[in-house]
Design a protein around this ligand. Structure first.
Ligand code: DGP
Length: 135
């Protein structure tokens, strides 16, 4: 299947991996909307919330909580959004169900549909290591 996240799960393309269990994978977003932006996905492929299984969404949310906690310890942000997008108007760009874990800073003015811009891979990799230490 031509799905970038399925390829990440299969280790066909690299990622800054944070956590993995039988059902889910968490890794850093390479187009971060904020410092520490991470993604959590079910290993089973579902395009969006309308078709994801109850088991897959449940395990994804549990892993997102774990990742949010580790990011909180690592970066001590002022807030955090757990966000999930479906369809073009909601700016879903990857059709594999995923949750964004988005650390927030006071006054960062982050809006929905924030747009994709590549991050600094060295900084993202270094941050992934720090977050993993807090898992
Ligand atoms: P969404 O726009 O809600 O579908 O979010 C998809 C996110 O996935 C977006 O923030 C950018 C990120 N992304 C896209 N391709 C890759 C990739 O190859 N690796 C990683 N780590 N993130 C990716």
């Amino acid at each position: 299947m031509d799905c970038i996240f399925c390829k990440i799960i299969a280790a066909e393309i690299p990622c800054f991996r944070l956590y993995e269990d039988e059902d889910t994978l968490a890794f850093m977003d390479i187009n971060p909307a904020s410092e520490g932006h991470a993604l959590v996905i079910p290993k089973e492929h579902f395009p969006d919330v309308h078709v994801v299984s109850d088991a897959a969404i449940a395990s994804t949310v549990v892993t997102a909580k774990k990742i949010a906690s580790a990011i909180n310890k690592t970066l001590n942000p002022d807030g955090m959004n757990l966000l999930q997008c479906n369809g073009p108007a909601a700016a879903q760009s990857v059709l594999h169900f995923h949750m964004h874990v988005l650390p927030r800073r006071d006054g960062d003015e982050l809006k929905l549909n924030w747009g994709l811009a590549p991050g600094d891979m060295d900084a993202i990799g270094e941050l992934a290591e720090r977050i993993r230490e807090n898992l």
